[in-house]
Design a protein around this ligand. Structure first.
Ligand code: HEC
Length: 197
């Protein structure tokens, strides 16, 4: 009986000693021989001092000239010269020449999609009709929004302004992908033509 008490108290003491350590986050006793089961072998994401790559970082830049899937490069610079160049020379890839037709057209489906996107992203300032009387303007929250019919804009300049913004208007490049920007562009042209009729 005495030895039973001795053995039990030694066991309890051991458990207490093993459990009461200051660092509760790390394991104190590892039962398995292979410590790789506990300790991760790979390098942490974005850790410096990575031995494989030259610059010691695990996050690598894409190879020069790579284009991400779905991204369309835009080479016109974000300045006044770039704006002018886009205005004069940038043309929409959505226009097609129908058979037996000399005029370039945009499909109804693209215009419909452009309208839906315009009403979400642009109408708050520019108004549903493009007259510059959006809700933000009516409530005097945003000023200086032009009526599209008063501006000599082209498909190239509209696209450029969606890409980079202009003065008080911010860029909408992150909300709309390249195709959507063209769809909105054509809807803006349509609104403008309707007002000029
Ligand atoms: C927060 C308000 C606001 C929103 C939202 C907005 N705009 Fe504008 N937009 C402006 C203002 C202000 C100007 C006048 C900029 C200037 O020329 O000083 C402008 C100007 C323009 C012009 C004329 C630029 C030129 O070349 O003269 C176009 C085209 C245009 N916006 C298209 C859009 C389209 C398309 C959207 C939606 C994708 C949009 N805007 C969203 C405020 C806005």
């Amino acid at each position: 009986m005495k030895s039973f008490i001795k053995i039990t108290s030694v066991l309890v003491l051991m458990i207490v000693l093993v459990s009461c350590t200051t660092d509760r986050r790390s394991r104190q006793v590892q039962y398995m021989g292979d410590t790789d089961m506990y300790n991760s072998v790979p390098y942490d994401t974005y850790s410096a001092d990575h031995p494989i790559f030259k610059d010691g970082m695990s996050a690598q830049l894409p190879v020069e000239g790579t284009i991400a899937i779905g991204k369309v490069p835009y080479d016109y610079p974000n300045n006044e010269a770039g704006y002018q160049l886009a205005k004069d020379s940038l043309r929409s890839p959505l226009k097609f020449k129908a058979p037996l037709d000399s005029i370039y057209r945009v499909s109804k489906a693209n215009i419909t999609q452009g309208k839906a996107l315009y009403n979400i992203y642009c109408a708050t300032c520019h108004g549903l009709k493009g007259d510059g009387q959006g809700d933000l303007v009516k409530n005097e929250k945003f000023l200086g929004v032009p009526n599209f019919k008063d501006r000599a804009i082209t498909e190239g300049s509209i696209y450029h302004v969606i890409m980079y913004g202009r003065n008080m208007m911010g860029s909408h490049a992150s909300q709309l992908n390249a195709k959507e920007r063209w769809q909105v562009t054509h809807y803006v042209e349509q609104l403008r033509n309707d007002m000029l009729k």
